[in-house]
Design a binder for this molecule. Structure first.
Ligand code: SAH
Length: 227
């Protein structure tokens, strides 16, 4: 297990009161009660300080089971959804290389960075990406590369990925993402318009793709072009 972040984070990053380690422990107990079983994922959620990924005014609400605004009409996903998607992606083995589409606050990116050797993350809103980069730098997560681009095209340069996690919902699965999956790799993606989207896990097999419906979720829409 990679201990880089938590052993080195300063007391201010650890938080106090509603942002303290005790609050993160309570979050993890709740996630377990909600059905998250992967101990590695739970451990990482216990260690990554979620409150630094939202505005200071919202820090005391960072560990509530809710999505919170991060500006530019976008939201940081609720903890359960982050845990569920991460659990789907990680499955049983450690990941070598992961692509994330929709960096947003950078929280999911930080979780992935502790579970994969290398994380590549793409975001189409420059201001969000700048802030996310700063937070990842503060947490000393040096195994993350980010890019300001339209993530529907994936990130061909570093493909294939053994995991791809998408944090915004397209109407249909972008073909480029399927193409950038390694054999045996898994794409975790919300698909559809409106308030109820299908959360799918698509696995690339040698000659075909296999799709499994995991849950129904509510994500911001995937938007084309750059913001
Ligand atoms: N995982 C993030 C969730 C952010 S919300 C977090 O925990 O904070 C989804 C993000 O996807 C938004 O920041 C939005 O700007 C981004 N997004 C939407 N369409 C995109 C696209 N085509 N390419 C890249 N990012 C996109």
């Amino acid at each position: 297990m990679d201990k880089r972040v938590d052993d080195e984070i300063s007391p201010s990053l650890r938080g106090i009161g509603m942002t303290s380690q005790r609050t993160r422990n309570r979050l993890v107990s709740r996630l377990r009660a909600q059905g998250i079983k992967n101990m590695v994922v739970l451990d990482v959620m216990r260690r990554v300080p979620r409150h630094i990924f939202v505005d200071e005014a919202l820090a005391s609400r960072a560990y509530e089971e809710t999505a919170l605004p991060i500006g530019h009409k976008q939201t940081i996903s609720q903890p359960f959804v982050v845990a569920r998607m991460t659990e789907c992606l990680v499955h049983e083995s450690r990941l070598t290389s992961v692509l994330e589409v929709g960096t947003g606050s950078g929280y999911q990116t930080a979780i992935l960075a502790k579970l994969a050797d290398q994380v590549f993350s793409v975001e189409r809103i420059a201001a969000l990406l700048d802030r996310a980069r700063e937070r990842l730098r503060i947490l000393k997560l040096t195994n993350v590369r980010t890019r300001y681009a339209d993530g529907r095209a994936g990130w061909a340069e570093y493909a294939p990925y053994d995991g791809i996690l998408v944090a915004a919902a397209p109407v249909g699965v972008p073909p480029a993402l399927l193409g950038q999956l390694a054999i045996g790799g898994r794409l975790v993606i919300p698909v559809g318009r409106g308030p109820r989207q299908r959360l799918s896990v698509i696995t690339r097999l040698a000659t075909c793709y296999e799709e499994e419906l995991v849950d129904y979720v509510r994500f911001v829409p995937m938007v084309g072009g750059m913001g």
